[in-house]
Design a binder for this molecule. Structure first.
Ligand code: KG4
Ligand code: ZN
Length: 351
């Protein structure tokens, strides 16, 4: 029997198996992460080897450098994940891996490593979309959370409002027509010379400033779509204008005003979509869900509107493999996501 035929039989059995252990891989950007997840809800280990210090000196992620460092890290991170979980490869039921979206070279490292491991150990391989993973981070934080719900996806590469009908099944309600919100945080931080990654730096600095400067002169109204691309230019123009006049810029006020504007836009549209679709749960996903001001505003507005709010615990907001293992579990239970060895990395995936 071929590898794929054997993995198909094992994959089918997962539907009824009581305890499913998934070894998951995530390497879409600048974190090499490997995790062991039990039944989609329990993290046995979640090792994240970050490359942030390596890319900091370049002011952002250098794709080629990221790929090379994933190669250097992935074997040891895998060993550590198994060790910390107290399991061996023979205990694993399936292997999951992010196949996209992300940096193609970085993704290829995880995909090829996972494929080889699956093939060598006769295990089913489950290709997972990074977006599905970010959403699933909430299943790890909240064992009681089940679809349907509204989801505000706010990552470095994607921004959207999604109506989640079931695990791995969603409808797009709105999305950004240009930049993602995380990308916008990073770009504005760069203009202000705050360093990389920009989101957490703006979050911290904004606490020292006051709001009041308007950067987005023409916000999109009457739609659930977002537009963030003008923000960077607006901040540059604002800074240059003051510099030309010899006025000292107040970075904290700029960070605070920018953050207020962006989070207002996210919160208003996410809440309004949740209410319009008569849903009582709002789930937040992606790196920007770590933003303290966004969390504060969402908590306030959700409690006023009787909406239950779900935000992943801080360590699961940004990229990690446990969220991929969780997403893979729920896909497997529905009989979805079994990949062949032809699985390849994709820089763009359907939201
Ligand atoms: O979801 P993620 O880890 O990567 C992608 O899938 O793209 O998100 C990373 C993004 C970066 O743009 C980073 O600046 C942003 O999330 N981020 C934040 C915060 N922490 C991370 N943005 C705003 N405030 C934060 N505290
Ligand atoms: Zn991500």
């Amino acid at each position: 029997m071929s590898y794929f035929e054997q993995s198909k039989i094992k994959f089918e059995k997962l539907k009824d198996k009581e305890k499913v252990l998934i070894l998951a891989f995530e390497s879409s950007c600048d974190e090499t992460s490997v995790a062991v997840v039990e039944n989609g809800r329990k993290i046995l280990s979640n090792i994240v080897a970050t490359q942030i210090p390596i890319h900091t000196r370049f002011g952002g992620v250098v794709p080629e450098v990221a790929s090379r460092n994933h190669i250097l890290a992935i074997s040891n991170v895998t060993r550590e994940a198994l060790l910390q979980a107290g399991v061996d490869l023979v205990d694993i039921d399936a292997i999951a891996v992010t196949y996209g979206a992300g940096l193609i070279g970085a993704l290829l490292v995880g995909v090829n490593f996972a494929k080889s491991l699956a093939y060598a150990n006769n295990l089913p391989l489950i290709g997972v979309s990074h977006i599905e993973g970010h959403i699933a981070a909430n299943y790890l934080t909240y064992p009681e959370l089940v679809p349907p719900y509204m989801c505000l996806l706010t990552s470095g590469g994607h921004t959207a409002i999604l109506e989640v009908e079931d695990y791995n099944k969603r409808n797009m309600v709105g999305s950004t027509i240009d930049d993602a919100v995380g990308e916008c945080f990073d770009k504005v931080a760069r203009v202000l010379d705050l360093g990389y990654p920009g989101g957490p730096k703006i979050d911290k600095l904004a606490r020292l400033g006051k709001p009041g400067i308007t950067f987005c002169k023409t916000p999109l109204r009457g739609t659930y779509n977002f537009s963030f691309s003008g923000m960077k230019t607006a901040v540059i123009n604002y800074v240059h204008n003051l510099e030309q006049k010899g006025i000292e810029i107040n970075k904290a006020d700029i960070a605070c005003s920018f953050q207020e504007e962006v989070t207002d836009e996210l919160v208003t549209k996410a809440i309004s979509a949740t209410l319009e679709k008569r849903l009582d749960k709002l789930v937040v996903a992606g790196g920007v869900s770590a933003n303290s001001r966004l969390q504060e505003k969402l908590k306030d507005v959700c409690s006023k509107n009787n909406i239950n709010l779900f935000i992943p615990e801080l360590s699961l907001c940004t990229d990690n493999a446990a969220m991929i293992g969780s997403a893979a579990y729920f896909m497997a239970k529905k009989g979805e996501g079994l990949s062949e060895t032809s699985l390849t990395a994709k820089s763009v995936v359907k939201i």
